[in-house]
Write a protein that binds this ligand. Structure first.
Ligand code: APR
Length: 476
């Protein structure tokens, strides 16, 4: 049975198979997040310094970036000459005085961070590789953890050397967001600061819960793709709109990195990072989610969108507050479901047509699409997964996701993100395959034949190949 840890004091969960993490347990242990406020002897004195600094900040009416920097460096002295705060400084300096709410916000974030021992008084288990497990926490707890990330208080999380204790985990302290100024950083910071403004204000503080669920597809559950008799499920293709807006209420795919959130705390600003910047609660997953393996995914239920945005990559801009109106479920979670699946990163594009890579991508997508107990399993909102930073072929990735959705018996809404040509071609090939009742197994065999053809001639186009070869004997 999957272990589900709940970090809040409630008794309404009793009917579920859950594990309420023990109150007050302070576990300085390799299975749990090492907390900055731990009473473990060597950590206690560090928290004394942290809390002294944060208390002094929290007691001020206004604070400058210099004050924030000084506090952070006080308890992270090793990084004095390595960490820069120029992006945060630039944001602050370039904001007209009338709009500069940051100076009054910094003390509030410090006050929120200080609440850690009382707000999160239970041990947070790590979501480790190879184990399906879930954690539910309140949005207030998340805001408190993120306030600590903002003030870079998490211990043992600042080195990325391969032997470091958390080397298999994403970074969580925000120092990398504050330095190496770029326009991207400024726009990201505007979104993140807006989040903190909302969560530190009594009238807008979010009141729900969020669940983070790591799912691990066992080898016995992996489909035998070659003999899969499933027919294609329904497909809606559009070149307009975005997964996170038009796909509301659906299972929304995050084109993820195996280290969840990818470059969200650096300068990355592609689909995943944008998603995390407009829904900053997702960032907390980085605290406890070990790198995803090939047969794993992360499902997040209940996170809230705080910002609008426009653009993508260098053209990304924070476009103001977003009022999330999504309904809540019986656990007070917003009904938003985000599925993080990491595609393979193909340095050489031709590698993606190898069957073991195709099978890996099929199993990865299926792991996310298959549906799990306790979920309503709506249709899936996705698009050009793995097709930009990770160099995938949009035609191949569309077919792989269609096959996984067919096996999972779920409909697919495919957002081509302005790619009119892909929209038309995918619609045509889908209509053809659907009308002829082509099964997942047949498609798998067609891909197997396509692989050598593509190796011989890199200009061969997958949809053309399927159209021409779909009736040849070897696939039937
Ligand atoms: N809705 C629909 N489609 C989108 C959206 C959106 N909101 N945003 C982007 N796309 C489309 C674009 O067409 C883009 O080219 O998805 C394509 C692929 O986007 P990438 O983010 O580059 O995805 P991928 O190739 O899987 O790269 C994943 O990038 O963001 C990082 O952390 C992530 O390291 C990981 C890598």
């Amino acid at each position: 049975d999957k272990r589900h840890t709940v970090l809040i004091d409630v008794d309404t969960f009793n009917s579920q198979r859950i594990f309420v993490s023990q109150k007050g347990r302070d576990l300085w242990h390799s299975d749990f997040v090492k907390m900055p406020c731990s009473q473990a002897t060597h950590q206690k004195s560090r928290w004394d310094v942290i809390s002294k600094k944060l208390k002094s900040l929290a007691s001020k009416k206004t604070a400058s970036v210099k004050d924030v920097e000084e506090a952070i460096i006080k308890y992270n002295p090793k990084y004095k000459d390595q960490w820069s705060f120029d992006a945060l400084h630039t944001l602050y300096q370039n904001t007209p005085d009338t709009e500069n709410y940051y100076k009054t916000l910094f003390p509030k974030i410090a006050a929120l961070a200080l609440k850690l021992p009382s707000f999160v008084n239970k041990a947070i288990p790590l979501l480790r590789k190879g184990q399906s497990a879930a954690i539910t926490m309140s949005q207030v707890q998340i805001s408190c953890l993120l306030a600590n990330a903002f003030f870079c208080t998490f211990p043992h999380r600042n080195t990325s050397s391969p032997n470091a204790e958390y080397s298999g985990y994403p970074s969580i302290n925000f120092n990398s967001l504050f330095g190496n100024f770029s326009r991207r950083k400024i726009e990201k910071l505007r979104a993140i600061m807006h989040y903190f403004k909302e969560v530190t204000d009594e009238s807008t503080r979010p009141k729900g819960l969020v669940t983070f669920e790591r799912e691990c597809l066992s080898y016995t559950d992996m489909p035998t793709w070659e003999s899969c008799k499933a027919n294609l499920s329904k497909l809606h293709i559009t070149s307009e709109g975005q997964i996170e807006l038009e796909g509301k209420g659906m299972l929304q795919v995050d084109f993820a990195n195996s280290l969840i959130g990818g470059g969200v705390l650096g300068s990355g600003l592609l689909q995943e990072e944008i998603l995390f910047v407009i829904n900053p609660e997702l960032i907390v997953a980085r605290l406890f989610t070990e790198k995803l393996e090939d047969n794993e995914c992360l499902i997040i239920t209940g996170s809230q969108q705080f910002s609008y945005y426009s653009g993508f990559g260098d053209s990304f801009e924070w476009a103001g507050p977003y009022e999330d109106q999504s309904e809540r479920d019986e656990w007070a979670r917003r009904k938003t479901k985000i599925l993080a699946i990491d595609a393979m990163n193909f340095r050489h594009s031709v590698d993606q047509y190898r069957m073991r890579h195709i099978t890996r991508e099929l199993n990865k997508a299926y792991c996310g699409f298959k549906g799990y107990d306790g979920h309503e399993n709506p249709d899936i909102a996705t698009g050009k997964w793995g097709c930009e930073a990770f160099n995938g072929d949009p035609q191949l990735k569309a077919l792989i996701q269609l096959m996984a959705a067919a096996k999972a018996k779920r409909g697919l809404a495919f957002f081509t993100f302005g790619d009119e040509n892909l929209k038309q071609r995918l619609q045509r090939i889908y209509d053809l395959m659907f009308a002829e009742g082509i099964t997942v197994g047949t498609l798998y065999k067609l891909l197997r034949d396509f692989s050598p053809a593509k190796h011989c001639d890199s200009h061969v186009d997958l949809f053309d190949f399927i159209e021409k070869n779909r009736n040849s004997k070897s696939h039937l």
